[in-house]
Design a protein around this ligand. Structure first.
Ligand code: C2E
Ligand code: MG
Ligand code: MG
Ligand code: MG
Length: 279
């Protein structure tokens, strides 16, 4: 349709798109060298038990300190890394960092140290080397398997291909915890969920947002969250609410029976030292 409106619109549309494409291409083409050069780093954000604010877990979140563009969040490059396949080596690197860091918290704070929760892309779950990589990284870091949690989205877990499920079972048999990230935003087959080796549901921040103010109309979100929590508990899973920003939200989640919360109310993602102070 743009072409029918005249040549100039085509050109404008094209140059904007080109700029975006060039930026994307530049980022994805330079990512392997950036990984080699050590431009990626991992921030950590606590998962806090709502009854007593103890830090039970810590999520590892990757960032890219780009020499030209500054600090880039994962939303800028994870999808690109999935497209090029670099996610497999980048994800392995994050896992190594996170497991080493979690081991050092155990050395410092003992058995009560938090588990570390690492995001896995669909592509990593499909990678034939995943289970072996996790086993090797656990052995090399000396992290007990129970202190590692892997976060997958609903679509990654619910896909009916047999291999990802085999990998999940192998990881779970190893003693690694499996969490479903952003729960409620994708399509979940609840009947199927009960047969999966899953240990935790992380309720997406979009539902938690509705528990912010004590306004009328919020009851729907409150009911949805309460339903997700009782569903999770009925399945024997723990529940973490994401995106907890206010005390009202935390109080309501606690009243509902949600196990833990994660969000700016407790701490923003930060370097390992920012967690030390909370342990
Ligand atoms: P996620 O796994 O759902 O991680 C939670 C996101 O919510 C993080 O964004 C975190 O900084 C943000 N967040 C935490 N507390 C709050 C809050 O109170 N309010 C709001 N509005 N946001 C909050 P981040 O760090 O930008 O990560 C975005 C996504 O990138 C992650 O979502 C995850 O899907 C992906 N990601 C991050 N690190 C990795 C990684 O190492 N591997 C893979 N495959 N994906 C990763
Ligand atoms: Mg996550
Ligand atoms: Mg999430
Ligand atoms: Mg997410």
């Amino acid at each position: 349709w743009a072409k029918a409106d005249g040549k100039s619109r085509w050109a404008l549309f094209d140059s904007e798109r080109n700029a975006r494409e060039v930026a994307r291409f530049t980022l994805s083409a330079t990512m392997p060298a950036a990984l080699e050069r050590g431009e990626f780093y991992v921030d950590y954000q606590p998962l806090v038990r709502l009854t007593d604010t103890a830090v039970v877990g810590v999520e590892a979140l990757v960032r890219w300190q780009h020499p030209e563009f500054g600090r880039l969040g994962p939303d800028r490059f994870i999808e690109l890394a999935e497209e090029t396949g670099l996610i497999v080596s980048l994800g392995r690197w994050v896992l190594e960092q996170a497991c080493r860091q979690a081991r050092s918290w155990i050395d410092e704070f003992g058995a009560a140290a938090p588990f570390v929760s690492v995001n896995l892309a669909v592509r990593q779950l499909r990678d034939a080397g995943l289970v072996g990589d996790v086993a090797r990284i656990l052995a090399e870091s000396g992290l007990p398997p129970g202190k590692l949690q892997l976060e997958l989205t609903e679509s990654a877990i619910m896909g009916n291909a047999a291999e990802p499920l085999d990998a999940l079972c192998a990881l779970s048999d190893m003693g690694v915890r499996i969490a479903i990230d952003d729960f409620g935003t994708g399509y979940s087959n609840l009947a199927y969920l009960r047969h999966l080796p899953v240990h935790e549901l992380k309720i997406a921040g979009s539902f938690v947002e509705g528990l912010r103010a004590a306004a009328a109309g919020d009851e729907v979100d409150q009911q949805i969250v309460a339903t997700l929590v009782s569903l999770a508990h009925a399945l024997g899973l723990t529940v973490t609410a994401e995106g907890v920003e206010t005390t009202t939200q935390a109080e309501r989640l606690r009243a509902i029976g949600c196990d833990s919360g994660q969000g700016w109310l407790f701490a923003k993602p930060g370097p390992p030292a920012s967690i030390d102070g909370l342990l």
